[in-house]
Design a protein. Sequence first.
Length: 333
Amino acid sequence: MSVRIIRTILFLMVAMLLLMAVVLVARYGFIERAAEGASSPASLLVDEDERETAEEAPGQDASDMEDWLYGITVDDSWDEDVELEAVVAAIRDMPVKPTVRIVMSTDVPVADYEELFSQIHEVASVMACPVDSSEMGSYADEQAYLARFEDAYNTLAPFTDLWEIGNEINGVEWIGQEPELIVEKVEAANDYIRSQGARTALTMYYARPEDQDLFQWMELNLPEHLTENVDLALISYYEDDNEGYLPDWEQVFPAFEEAFPGAKVGFGECGNTADDATESSKIQMARSYYAMEVPSDEYVGGCFWWYWVQDCVPHEDNAVYDAINQAMLQEQA
């Protein structure tokens, strides 16, 4: 056999091996990638461009919440007018992955919230608010309040990163209970949630000092066992409810930090809820809070715009939605 024939045979063998390798990679590599895509819930929710943007966006993991909160509020007053898919789509298309504060209603069974929580948790972190301040008074004692949180935790813990164990608890005027009872209920919920290894937030309502001195109220009513054992201390503030009064947040938040040593601080609610609110007024107010210059060392944003669904969904060509998103990108500047 000549050298030329041997070389020809060797060349053909190498070519056949290369062809077989290409076929195997094409066949099994594609199958592996397809299997990976089918097993990922995110692949069912967003296309490749959206997923790349979402993965790069800050604010999703619970650990990231130590640094900054991109907060919006979702209640359930819209559920007969807006599809859940539209809400999820609007959250998914935000330029950051937010922390969604879900406010629950007392007359709705906890189990009925599982779909809402699970779908939103696919695209955001979740802060659960099992009891809004407007319904705090419907829980007559510590045991009833604690039972609500136990039920919520047992059902919704897989989809919840943070628990608001008390909302606007100094709002005794509309809660209709004595501060001592309110605080006992909140302490019980806080102790329970923390015993499960979960993180907690406490929201206080800020009013004009002549209407209520928040810091005096806290000094009189909040025990150290509570103030030293929450992860987040938040302020709820509505200019519309306070005759347009604008607090000096660079004075308020440093003092607020001192009241909650070891906690991060921020806004737990804000919004433009006046009957005569306009698109323009909502945009202006959203920008003033979300793009606020950092007022204190432990400030981590939040804001948690009330009526976010009503103001921002559907989100396409929605000026309020766009303004909140743009302001969020300026928050830490």
